[in-house]
Design a protein around this ligand. Structure first.
Ligand code: ZN
Length: 288
């Protein structure tokens, strides 16, 4: 089973694949990887698929409670692996942290403007009660992280980072933070115009840098580790990575090297993102 997936990883993780594949198609990576046939760019761009597959195996073996996927194309693999699953239609909301700069009223309006009520996901778990009772209703970054058992510090940090983007947009639009801003904040934060100033650009760069370091230090986890997990020894993410790495050696050795190679590719992709300065980015944005 693992072997056949290792030979043909078909879009499993749903984590911005188009961007990943585009990067590997456009870049000449021979200098980095040499002429090794097994490390052709198209293979490297499947990093997230291999990690997602590893995480499905973790779910299958009861080492991880749940896994959320965004497209029905994964069902074939899930059925083959005989993992419990459920199709869920969520109300998708943003969530804001306790430490907010914006008023509660404006924050709630932003959440209301941004919500969708018909996002369909496939949730996998071997625990039927968990699937039926926990995995329904509202989906947000907190619920998602809890289903996938990300460390609480990383879930909270992700919520703060995401919310900070709304705060930066709101502050840039109007220092008085009027509640009438809500619509524009949501449109501008989620549109292609973001980031539109240096503060926002720096924040985005910080996120790229966290992803890069996560892939460097913890290639077997699928989430973005928080700064604390990246900075200290024996962090919750480090522990998860050690467990998952050990599991991969024993249960899915065919994809072990593929995950490590893919992580290197992901590091290159983030390095490219980080190689652009705000000035260059802004100039290109103005003239395109
Ligand atoms: Zn953390």
């Amino acid at each position: 089973m693992t072997k056949s997936f290792a030979d043909d990883p078909s879009g499993l993780s749903g984590m911005g694949h188009d961007n990943v594949h585009d990067f590997f198609e456009q870049e000449d990576l021979e200098e980095y990887y040499g002429k090794d046939e097994r490390k052709k760019p198209e293979k490297l761009s499947y990093y997230y698929d291999y990690v997602a597959y590893l995480h499905l195996l973790l779910v299958k073996e009861g080492k991880k409670k749940g896994f959320v996927l965004d497209s029905p194309s994964y069902l074939k693999t899930i059925k083959k692996l005989k993992i419990g699953w459920k199709r869920v239609t969520w109300e998708h909301n943003e969530i804001f942290p306790n430490t907010i700069k914006l008023s509660k009223e404006l924050s709630e309006l932003i959440v209301k403007k941004h919500r969708y009520d018909d996002v369909t996901s496939i949730v996998c778990s071997q625990d039927e009660k968990f699937l039926n009772e926990f995995c329904q209703g509202i989906m947000n970054h907190k619920r998602f992280g809890e289903i996938e058992e990300y460390p609480t510090c990383c879930i909270n940090s992700h919520i703060e980072n995401k919310w900070h983007e709304y705060e930066m947009v709101a502050t840039a639009l109007d220092p008085n933070l009027a509640t009438s801003l809500a619509n524009s904040v949501v449109t501008m934060r989620n549109g292609s115009i973001f980031p539109f100033n240096e503060e926002q650009f720096d924040h985005e760069s910080k996120m790229f840098s966290q992803i890069l370091t996560t892939r460097e230090k913890f290639p077997f986890v699928i989430h973005q580790a928080c700064q604390k997990c990246l900075d200290i020894d024996q962090s919750p993410t480090s522990k998860l990575n050690t467990d998952f790495q050990e599991f991969c050696t024993k249960k899915a050795p065919e994809i072990y090297e593929k995950i490590l190679d893919g992580a290197k590719g992901e590091i290159l992709r983030q390095k490219k993102n980080l190689s652009i300065s705000w000035k260059e980015f802004d100039e290109e944005r103005r003239f395109s």
